[in-house]
Design a protein around this ligand. Sequence first.
Ligand SMILES: Cc1cc2nc3c(=O)[nH]c(=O)nc-3n(C[C@H](O)[C@H](O)[C@H](O)COP(=O)(O)OP(=O)(O)OC[C@H]3O[C@@H](n4cnc5c(N)ncnc54)[C@H](O)[C@@H]3O)c2cc1C
Length: 371
Amino acid sequence: MDVAVVGLGPAGRALASACSARGLRVVAFDPRADAVWRPTYGVWRDELGALPRSVVASEVIDPQLRAHGRHRLGRPYVLLDNAALQAALPLDGVDVREAALSDADVAGLVGSARVVVDARGARPVNARSAGKDAASQTAFGLVVEAAAAAPALGGAEGLLMDWSTDWAPDPAQPVGVPSFLYAFPTGDGGVLVEETCLAAAPPLPIDELKDRLRRRLLRRGVPVSAIDHPRAREIVRIPMLGRGTAAPRGVLALGTAGRGGNVVTGYSVAHALRVAGPWADAIAAGRVPSVDPRGPADLLRAAGLRALLRLDTAGTLDLFDAFGRRGRGSQRAFLSRDSSAPALAGAMWGMFARMPWPGRRALLAATLGVA
Ligand SMILES: Cc1cc2nc3c(=O)[nH]c(=O)nc-3n(C[C@H](O)[C@H](O)[C@H](O)COP(=O)(O)OP(=O)(O)OC[C@H]3O[C@@H](n4cnc5c(N)ncnc54)[C@H](O)[C@@H]3O)c2cc1C
C-alpha cells in the first residue's frame, strides 16, 4: 500500500482523493466514512482553487466587519455545500474501511503503507485530544429564515465579525470575554447567525453564548419565534492548537490533527484543501511530504493567540477596528494560514500602528503576558 489515511474529514478526504487521482494505492479509515460533514464551513472564494462552482452553497460578495466602525471587506466569502464538496473529492479506487483507530492502531499501520497519515481531527474518537480547558473557539448558532434574520444583519449581506457589545446585559459596560456575531446566508433561504468567542481558555461555555445570542437578536428585533424555533442549531468547539499531542511515531499529522489550523482564526479547511495536491505529488514522487518546521510565522501567530486570550472587550474592539481599516492584502495576510512571516508581521504591525494608544498598550501587555 502507498498511503494509509486515518480520518476522512476535509483534510484526510482531500489527501486520499488527490493520492488516488495520481494512481497511488490508498487505504482510508473512518468510523463514519460515508457521512456528510455537519459543520458549516466558510472559506474565501479565492481559496477554492480548482474546486467546481457546485461546492458553493452561498456567496457574499462584500461581507462586513463591525467594531467601532463598519468596514466593507470587499472579498467574496462562501459557505460550502458539504455533500457537493465531498463529491468533488471522490474516493474512487480508495479502499475505505469503516473503523475508529486508536493511537496504537495508527502506529501499527507504519510498515504496511509507505506513508501513514493521521487526519483524525482535533478531537478524535478513541484517542488523545487537547484537554477541556485548552484554548478554544466556541460558538453557538441558529439557522433562521432570511426575513427574520434581516434586523440582525442591519443591511449587511453577511457579517464576518460584528463585535458590537449588544450581547452584554449592559452594552455600555460589557463584562466578560468578548464575543462577536457571525452571520451568513446558507443559500436555501436561511441565515446562520452565530455568537462566536474567537478564543478563550477555558473556553466560553456554549450556554453563555446561547444567552448572548438570544439577547443580541432580541435587541435587534429578530422575532422570538425565530429564535425559539430555528431551522437548525450549530455548536462549534475548535481547540486552537489542534490536538495538542504529537502523532504516533512514523506518522504524519494532517489537518487539525496536526498544525493545519490557523491558531488565530481557528480555520483550517482552506489550508487542508490547498496542501492535499502538493502532499499527493510528493508521495507519488516517492518522497515523504515534509511537514513545515515551526517557523517565525507560527511564533507570530502564537503571540497573536496570547494577545486574544488576554485582551478585554475594549482592546479587542480596537484591534479588530484596526484590522477593518487595513487594506485587503494586509487583511488576507493576517487571516491566511499560509502567509509568510514578513507578510504576517507587516499585517500585525499595521494593525498595531492603527490602534489608539490605550489599545496599543493593552495589546502589548496582553502579548507579553503582563495584562
Ligand atoms: C461546527 C464547526 C464549524 C467550523 N467552521 C469552520 C469554517 O467555517 N472554516 C474553517 O476553515 N474551519 C472551520 N472549523 C474548524 C476546522 O476547520 C474543522 O474542524 C475541520 O473539520 C477540520 O478538518 P479535519 O479534517 O482536520 O478534521 P475533522 O473534520 O475533525 O475530521 C476528522 C475525521 O476523522 C474521523 N475520526 C475521528 N476519530 C477517528 C478515529 N479514531 N479513527 C478513524 N477516524 C476517526 C472523523 O469521523 C472525521 O471524519 C469548524 C469547526 C467546527 C466544529
